[in-house]
Ligand binder design. Structure first.
Ligand code: ADP
Length: 254
């Protein structure tokens, strides 16, 4: 896994130039639709809970099973909707850029994931990371999704190491784990929206985490890909230009 492959080819220049317009309106559309779905969904979940609390004694075993299914599906749909909203909002809107110390970003991510780290007895090793000019929310989310997956898709105590090297004009970051690994035929598919390799009752999730990572990295003209050996682990690689500077007119540097 240490041998770095050539990253997948970026799309043509023309495709990169046209993409933001299309995805901006798609993001607005998704964000509106998903936002509007939240209210009926909340009401569905609330009334299911009330039904369970107040009419539990009147339901036979079959009725109870149906109610459990409705409740389970409602919660699952809520997760999907929240993650879809996170996807449509990732890396869009007003961008505030600042010099971010990535060592601190990792500390914040570790604090957010504290309970998963403790319950899995995970070891996380971080080599010294640089300071980069970027939107802090984006880079936080990127590392959080990758580290969360490294903790989740593992069948022993997770060992995760995060490092970076400068390669020409780019930083090459790696998040390496000793988890279950990903078969070669799925290694590019997993970056697609809703793509998952296991049912949610085995490994919970919605299949949006890596799609969000991909979206963030594309915004910064970087590339993300994975190298993996089933049963041994995965290394998620992503690049970010060293001399990154905001190109969007709505971006501001603070
Ligand atoms: P989610 O974590 O919600 O399932 P992601 O988009 O983050 O969605 O990941 C998509 C799929 O890629 C996962 O369901 C899993 O099958 C695979 N995957 C992601 N990260 C890892 C990892 N570190 N090790 C093994 N498989 C992974």
């Amino acid at each position: 896994m240490k041998d770095k492959q050539t990253p997948p080819q970026k799309s043509s220049h023309e495709a990169i130039e046209q993409q933001p317009l299309v995805s901006a309106s798609l993001d607005d559309f998704t964000s509106t639709v998903v936002h509007d779905l939240q209210a009926p969904l909340r009401s569905l979940t609330m009334f299911t809970e009330l039904l369970a609390q107040e009419y539990q004694d009147e339901l036979d075993e079959k009725g109870q099973q149906y109610l459990d299914r409705i409740s389970h599906s409602g919660l699952r749909m809520q997760t999907l909707v929240e993650d879809l909203l996170a996807f449509s909002r990732a890396g869009v809107g007003e961008q505030t850029w600042m010099k971010v110390d990535l060592n601190q970003t990792i500390e914040l991510v570790k604090a957010d994931l504290q309970s998963a780290i403790a319950s899995t007895a995970a070891q996380i090793t971080v080599n010294k990371l640089p300071q980069i000019l970027i939107n802090p929310k984006d880079i936080h989310q990127l590392f959080q999704n990758l580290i969360e997956n490294a903790l989740k898709f593992c069948d022993r105590a997770p060992e995760i190491s995060i490092s970076v090297v400068a390669q020409g004009e780019e930083w090459l970051f790696t998040v390496e784990d000793n988890g279950i690994g990903i078969a070669p035929e799925f290694q590019s598919e997993i970056f697609e929206i809703f793509k998952r390799l296991y049912p949610a009752d085995i490994y919970p999730g919605s299949g949006m985490g890596l799609a969000i990572c991909q979206k963030i990295i594309t915004r910064y003209n970087g590339t993300i890909w994975v190298e993996s050996v089933v049963g041994k682990g995965s290394t998620f690689n992503f690049t970010i230009p060293i001399n990154l500077c905001p190109q969007s007119p709505t971006a501001k540097i603070v």
